[in-house]
Design a protein around this ligand. Structure first.
Ligand SMILES: C[S@@+](CC[C@H](N)C(=O)[O-])C[C@H]1O[C@@H](n2cnc3c(N)ncnc32)[C@H](O)[C@@H]1O
Length: 299
């Protein structure tokens, strides 16, 4: 995350409320702020000036026509408007994602078999679509996935690989991997997938030892967050120059930007993001899609 980019979005406080409710609350909050401001504005001290500034900022941001809009509160970005994904906008986005029928079926089975908590861990449909798009743009033939679960993202990738394509699917949980295997088969892509049951770091190390460095086009990482830095170093060896490594969860439900959240996973992702930002071996793009993806291209 660019530390200089401070975003003020009072609207996002209501991101999970119906739009009408949110609008009503905005009016009440604005009115309260207005009263508070007027009662204090007679005192011409520095505190009042600060309040005036905050008040103006609040009004400016809340008066945006739509709760989907965030105004960047940093002058050098020139009041840049960016999108904040509210439920109604997300529903709209989903109506514009073409989800292959087999992926839909897998998503439903995952939700029914293991429970909605686990199925939440699969990438979202628009993320899967972006991964598949990257693979197609790259013309990738050799891919790696770290963290397969029941196979949603890896199946999305395998479906767009050419028939000669090759995907190494790393997963430590045998039960999930069995479901993934069933869907690779149902989707007619099992011949493209090599399943690697075990700790992903061990699998990647053994691939390097077997002389596979520099031979992969694309990798996707969606496993234990504390190991992201290690996966990065290993995958940087395995992908070719110009190859792409994508990391999921880099925004971690927004917790990376909250200084009050300091659990081990959040700190790991925050450090990982910072290291990537400073790493000259790759060019990067952080994309606020799903729980956040960072796309790295090896130089
Ligand atoms: C978020 S889920 C992956 C979701 C999957 N990419 C999808 O879209 O369906 C994370 C998976 O990583 C696996 N995992 C976590 N740590 C791992 C490790 N050290 N080695 C291999 N797999 C691991 C977990 O078992 C889990 O299935």
């Amino acid at each position: 995350m660019a530390s200089s980019l401070s975003v003020i979005n009072p609207c996002s406080l209501f991101a999970y409320q119906p739009a009408v409710t949110a609008a009503a609350v905005f009016v009440r909050r604005d009115e309260l702020s207005r009263r508070k401001f007027h009662s204090l504005s007679s005192r011409a001290d520095s505190r009042t000036c600060k309040l005036r500034y905050r008040f103006n900022r609040l009004i400016r941001n809340c008066s945006s026509a739509s709760p989907e809009v965030v105004v960047v509160d940093d002058k050098k970005y020139g009041n840049k408007h960016v999108i904040s994904i509210t439920p109604r906008l997300y529903n709209y986005i989903l109506t514009n994602v073409r989800v292959p029928q087999i992926l839909q079926q897998l998503q439903e089975e995952t939700a029914n078999m293991i429970g909605s908590v686990i199925s939440e861990h699969s990438v979202s449909p628009e993320q899967a679509q972006l991964l598949a798009m990257l693979v197609q743009i790259l013309g990738a033939e050799r891919c790696i996935e770290v963290g397969v679960l029941t196979g949603y993202s890896s199946l999305a990738v395998a479906l767009v690989l050419p028939d000669s394509g090759y995907l190494v699917a790393c997963e430590r949980d045998a039960t999930s991997l069995e479901i993934a295997k069933k869907y690779y088969e149902l989707g007619g892509v099992l011949h493209k997938v090599t399943l690697k049951h075990g700790l992903a770091a061990d699998t990647l190390k053994s691939m390097i030892l077997k002389g596979e460095a520099g031979s992969y086009d694309f990798a996707f990482v969606d496993a234990d967050k504390e190991t992201y830095q290690e996966y990065y170093e290993l995958l940087l060896q395995l992908v070719r120059v110009g190859g792409v490594i994508v990391f999921d969860d880099v925004l971690w439900d927004g917790k990376v930007a909250d200084p009050m959240v300091n659990d081990a996973k959040t700190i790991s992702i925050r450090n990982f993001n910072k290291n990537l930002m400073e790493d000259k071996r790759v060019s990067t793009s952080m994309v606020p899609i799903g729980t956040g993806l960072t796309i790295c291209r090896k130089k």
